[in-house]
Design a binder for this molecule. Structure first.
Ligand SMILES: [Zn+2]
Length: 479
């Protein structure tokens, strides 16, 4: 006897879309069969009817339960929403796994870096999330500042222990990794068969523009796109892809923001380099013009939201390839924090996003007829699983995969309000956004966690996921 059968829906599988029945035994998918051919009893049968059955969403970029810099928050000891709240919102948004970060950020130059090993820092984060997450989770490990050769020497062991991806910044004061250290990191990650998650900006340009706008009295937050500019993305993406070519490392560009970034990724991929791009869902909707509205910088996520042609290039990148995933850079605070900073140096990054990513992507790209159901599953789940080393355990409706499933109602229309959201913050940048298609049930490893608008999972359900990237993903641009 099976534990669960989902029948009657249009199922998105690696082989295509069709009406199929899914049999679930324990935490795994035991069968994917033509309708009516699963001749076994099940403890429960869910009739998906006219709905769509998708692999559970994978959110590859969140910042949960971390300290907010005082320059953004205006006060000390502010923490982004905890894993209970973020994973609750994730579950309602059809998401079954998120990737957050381990590793501590030096806030001031010269600050003594942590003496803990990489894996000690990872364990600390695991302990903070275990027993407090409704969904599964993993971490990219942040390497920040003047990373020591000692830490670089731990990279391969950490990959062996299931870490898979490392995050670096090429800007932001003490967090920025100098290029010498970066080259050594790239070499070790390549040797260990991991992947780099890169926040790329040209630090010189960012610093110069910051000082220039301050000097000229133009340092209002609505000018963030002039500091974190198109040229900055162009130069930095190219420098990173060149260094990646020299070291043989695979690159996952977090939050691509400009048409120049999309082009740099596409060019690297045309040379068969394993380079993958991520787009944040607020960048698919807004432009820098929205920064000028009252409290308009609430939509801001670093680097900066740019021009209409950049928004369009990101959308097109999701349609035809160089942009492989959607993410949110989830960073939920209350509005007293988010609206506190009003200058190019003090606007708080991020917003509540983890719940809205899939519905917004659907509205922008499926409702407009620009992508298929297969591509929707790819850019909301499968590609993140492949690039970041969780496939086919995650990201697929296939025999042997974890039974992580999102049941989607393509006929459910709603105009979003804050009341629809399940995060801890007191605002949403998606107020009044029209959705025609929305997740209605979420299943984590065979257990229904959201159903009929209710959370029925437990915050002890979520587990840390060990990751390993497939050699093909590291050799060529395979998704
Ligand atoms: Zn981020």
């Amino acid at each position: 006897m099976l534990d669960l059968i989902i029948k009657g829906g249009r199922v998105v599988t690696p082989e295509g879309v069709g009406e199929m029945d899914i049999g679930i035994q324990g935490e795994r998918i035991a069968a994917v069969a033509l309708p009516g051919t699963l001749e076994v009893e099940a403890a429960r049968t869910i009739d998906a009817g006219s709905k769509i059955v998708l692999p559970g969403g994978i959110e590859p970029h969140t910042h949960i339960g971390i300290p907010v810099p005082e320059v953004w928050a205006g006060k000390p000891e502010v923490i982004t929403q905890p894993p209970e709240a973020a994973s609750r919102a994730a579950a309602f948004g059809g998401v079954t796994t998120f990737i957050d970060f381990s590793g501590e950020l030096p806030i001031t130059p010269g600050e003594t870096p942590s003496t803990e090993s990489i894996m000690e820092q990872v364990e600390k984060r695991k302990n903070a999330f275990s027993g407090h997450s409704y969904t599964d989770f993993a971490y990219h490990h942040i390497l920040a500042g003047d990373v020591s050769h000692h830490t670089i020497g731990e990279i391969r062991e950490a990959i062996q222990a299931g870490l898979a991806s490392f995050k670096i910044f090429t800007t932001f004061h003490a967090i920025r990794v100098p290029y010498g250290n970066l080259m050594a990191i790239f070499e070790e990650v390549a040797k260990g068969s991991g992947i780099m998650a890169v926040h790329a900006e040209d630090d010189d340009l960012v610093m110069y523009q910051t000082e220039k706008l301050k000097r000229e009295g133009n340092d209002q937050g609505y000018n963030l796109h002039i500091v974190h500019s198109n040229v900055s993305e162009d130069l930095s993406f190219r420098k990173i892809t060149r260094m990646a070519e020299h070291t043989g490392v695979a690159i996952y560009f977090v939050h691509t923001t400009a048409k120049e970034g999309v082009r740099a990724i596409a060019e690297a991929r045309s040379r068969n380099q394993p380079v993958y791009g991520e787009a944040l869902h607020n960048y698919l909707e807004f432009t820098h013009e929205d920064y000028k509205k009252p409290n308009g910088t609430k939509i801001h996520t670093y680097p900066a939201i740019k021009y209409a042609e950049d928004r369009d290039a990101l959308q097109q990148g999701l349609v035809d390839g160089p942009i492989c995933t959607t993410a949110t850079d989830e960073y939920t605070t209350n509005k007293d924090v988010k609206f506190f900073g009003t200058t190019i140096e003090s606007v708080c990054g991020g917003h509540a996003g983890i719940e809205t990513r899939m519905p917004v992507t659907w509205a922008k790209l499926v409702n407009t007829g620009r992508i298929s159901l297969e591509r929707f599953a790819a850019v909301t789940s499968t590609n993140a699983a492949k690039i970041l080393g969780m496939y086919p355990k995650k990201g697929a409706i296939a025999v042997g995969s974890d039974a992580d499933i999102c049941i989607w109602d393509p006929n459910l229309s709603k105009k979003l309000t804050l009341d629809d959201m399940h995060h801890d913050g007191d605002y949403s940048i998606w107020e009044d956004f029209q959705c025609n298609g929305y997740p209605v049930m979420t299943i984590l490893r065979g257990k229904v966690i959201v159903e009929d608008g209710k959370l029925v999972g437990s915050s002890s359900d979520g587990r840390w996921i060990s990751r390993k990237v497939a050699p093909s993903v590291l050799a060529n641009p395979t998704v």
